[in-house]
Design a protein around this ligand. Structure first.
Ligand code: OAD
Length: 222
């Protein structure tokens, strides 16, 4: 079986009703990114940070995977598929995808603020005073700006052996996630699905499909 790696971003969940970060009306328009998504913000105002992610987690209960998530699951019938997502939602899993790497963490997990290996499944709110087994405050299991991306090495390992690379719904502005494209062999085709995608100069193997995720995947013909 040929191997497909899919790098997804907020755009793949947009048609499920989850706002992206950098589009008009995106999350970073209404929120100070560093106040809610950095270690400094966390130390300044834990309640503000918890509430931001509690809202996102509550919203997850109100949305469903869309046709693009299901399409990626169906690809598993014909290809060996790994999804590397920057998204913290669980819509890939709910659509049935079996191999998902969450580069930026997961909303439905909480962890100790002192020990990043103490991770718990979490569906409700996280509130101030809720402690992990080590006695430290629980925080969202999210990779914030300025923090290391522990799964990056695994993501690179998956990407260097790819036969076909798909990139869906990401502005490719956040590193190191965006640098994954540099690990694709020059002979492997890269398909980019994003209504606002721009050309990727230097990547002669890249094909741009300027459409929404649910429409763009149909054009792939895979
Ligand atoms: P962005 O908000 O930066 O980019 C979303 C992309 O989705 C844009 O390129 C849009 O054009 C595209 N888009 C919008 N609607 C779409 C649709 N229906 N179908 C396909 N594409 C669509 O989101 P990301 O690139 O995911 O990190 O952002 C990367 C990281 O920045 C996030 O993981 C998050 C954020 O700060 C952290 O919070 C650590």
């Amino acid at each position: 079986m040929e191997k497909i790696v899919v790098l997804t971003g907020a755009g793949i969940s947009a048609e499920s009703g989850i706002a992206t970060f950098r589009d008009a009306n995106g999350l970073w328009e209404g929120h100070d990114m560093y106040a809610v998504a950095s270690p400094e913000g966390w130390h300044r105002d834990r309640e503000l940070v918890l509430e931001f992610y509690n809202q996102r987690r509550r919203q997850l209960n109100t949305v469903e995977p869309n046709a693009a998530h299901y399409y990626l699951r169906e690809l598993e019938d014909r290809y060996k598929v790994t999804i590397i997502t920057q998204n913290v939602d669980d819509l890939h899993e709910r659509a049935g995808s079996s191999h998902v790497i969450h580069l930026h963490g997961e909303l439905r997990k909480a962890r100790s603020e002192a020990d990043e290996t103490l991770v718990y499944d979490w569906t409700g709110d996280i509130v101030l005073g809720q402690k992990a087994a080590d006695g430290a405050q629980l925080r969202p299991h999210i990779v914030w700006f300025g923090e290391a991306v522990p799964l990056m090495e695994e993501a690179i390992k998956e990407t260097i052996t790819v036969d076909i690379m798909l990139i869906i719904g990401t502005s490719m502005q956040v590193y190191p996630a965006a640098s994954l494209i540099d690990h694709v062999r020059p002979t492997a085709p890269i398909y980019v699905i994003d209504p606002n995608a721009t050309k990727l100069p230097g990547y002669t193997n890249a094909h741009i499909i300027r459409k929404k995720a649910t429409e763009g995947v149909i054009d792939l013909g895979l």
